[in-house]
Design a protein. Structure first.
Length: 239
């Protein structure tokens, strides 16, 4: 009889289940088909921020095994990607919100998720949208400026946020002289305590900004639909 342990057969992990919800992740629970694209972007961003925050807290709780030295890369990736998702949602929602504020009956702008991965440009676009609004909210403007301040810290070291995913830029190929700034004999360090403060600050800012826009769009759109029902002849719907 063999002394070797019988190898457990691995199964497809996309499984409809039957062993209780605590052992399962329900991918669809945060993504209703009735939600706007922007809401879905925000939900996903929230998840990336939560994971980053959780990993930072684990590092701060106990870093005796120096896990922070390698966890910092997925942490930074999650932060940067969360910021990107939120900013894309903001830049798509703001034109819709701006149009609704004017109580116009014409067709509203479509959702428009734009931009590559340049989070600084996305943030500057969002700030300009708020700044050009004659009825701009000063808290909204201040919150976005704080997000830009965080992004500027990152861009001071690299304007290519792919440094969180790869040690070599895309266009560098095999040229080792073009490795990212942290591939170095000199120590390059991140203060995890300060990073934790920033993550809490900007995640809260972006959550509040998008929450405000989502609520206002829902409220104004509801009012707009009531107005349309009152002013558009009923026979219009049966042409």
């Amino acid at each position: 009889m063999s002394n070797q342990l019988k190898e457990e057969k691995l199964k497809d992990f996309f499984d409809e289940g039957g062993v209780g919800t605590r052992q399962y992740s329900f991918l669809n629970w945060r993504f209703s088909p009735h939600d706007s694209i922007e809401v879905q972007f925000c939900n996903l961003a929230e998840g990336y921020f939560e994971v980053a925050n959780n990993l930072i807290e684990q590092c701060l709780d106990n870093n005796n095994d120096r896990k922070a030295d390698i966890w910092i890369f997925p942490i930074l990736f999650n932060i940067v990607h969360a910021v990107e998702l939120y900013l894309k949602a903001i830049n798509s929602m703001y034109p819709i919100y701006f149009k609704l504020k004017g109580f116009v009956l014409e067709e509203l702008p479509d959702s428009k998720i734009e931009g590559d991965h340049d989070i600084k440009q996305m943030c500057q676009t969002a700030i300009s949208k708020v700044r050009n609004d004659s009825d701009r909210d000063p808290d909204l403007y201040k919150a976005l400026k704080e997000v830009l301040q965080f992004i500027n810290i990152i861009y001071k070291y690299s304007d290519d946020v792919a440094f969180t995913r790869y040690p070599l830029p895309k266009d560098a190929k095999s040229d080792l002289n073009k490795e990212y700034f942290y591939v170095s004999h000199k120590n390059v360090t991140i203060n995890m305590v300060e990073l934790h403060k920033w993550v809490k600050k900007i995640s809260n800012n972006l959550y509040n900004i998008t929450g405000f826009l989502i609520d206002m769009i829902d409220e104004l759109n509801g009012y707009r639909n009531e107005v349309i029902d009152d002013v558009v002849p009923r026979e219009y719907y049966y042409e």
